[in-house]
Design a protein around this ligand. Structure first.
Ligand code: HEC
Length: 192
């Protein structure tokens, strides 16, 4: 490029010179577009507050999720009276995994009882039939230290773990926790 090039600026560093080129049109338009976008964005979200911000979006999504959860739970509760322990081996394996992870610390891995009562004998505090168990697991007995699981486990997970503990009945593990305030054996409805 010749010295007479009128685009050439008059400074130089170690032989490197600078050309005063125009920026490409498309680039300049893109730049103006980003400015226009920023103005619209600022006005829409921050000045006139026409749309929800991040936290608001989260609240909306969260409420939607809660509604889905409440709906599923209500549907489950509506079918509760007709529930029977599942014999599906896949579901029982899932139930066992849940039991070992979340229930065994209080009820012992074999269901023999620790902080929580023995789940293998004929003595029950909150009713011996399967649906009683499901209800106790869902609602818990917070004042006695049994957690409320319906906020933690999904309906099918509750069904799975309840079906699993149903299989522990009558298994006679060693050193079981003796019956406490469940004085009366409630047979014969244990196998309902
Ligand atoms: C933090 C300890 C704790 C954990 C964890 C726990 N439980 Fe319990 N559970 C208890 C206690 C304590 C009771 C007795 C409540 C009472 O005395 O009314 C109980 C009672 C029960 C009963 C009713 C027993 C009866 O005699 O009527 C069932 C069924 C039961 N738990 C199942 C479960 C399942 C399933 C899980 C896991 C998803 C679980 N528990 C996790 C402490 C716990």
């Amino acid at each position: 490029m010749s010295e007479s090039n009128d685009l050439l600026l008059d400074h130089e560093a170690d032989g490197i010179k600078e050309l005063d080129n125009d920026l490409p049109r498309w680039w300049v338009w893109l730049f103006f577009l980003t400015i226009a976008f920023a103005v619209v964005y600022l006005g829409y979200y921050h000045v006139f507050r026409l749309g929800p911000l991040q936290a608001g979006e989260f609240q909306i999504e969260w409420k939607r999720g809660e509604a889905i959860k409440a709906g599923a739970l209500a549907k489950f509760e509506a079918t509760l009276g007709r529930l029977e322990p599942s014999k599906d081996p896949v579901l029982l394996t899932q139930g066992q995994a849940t039991f070992l992870r979340m229930c065994a610390p209080c009820h012992r891995a074999d269901g023999g009882g620790l902080v929580g009562p023995n789940l293998t004998d004929d003595y029950w505090i909150h009713g011996s039939n399967f649906v009683d168990n499901v209800r106790t697991i869902m609602n818990g007995v917070p004042e006695k230290g049994m957690l409320t699981w319906k906020g933690v486990l999904k309906p099918n997970e509750i069904l799975a773990v309840a079906s699993f503990i149903y299989t522990l009945r009558g298994t006679h593990p060693p050193n079981p926790k003796p019956p406490e305030n469940q004085q009366q054996p409630v047979k014969p409805n244990i196998y309902e």
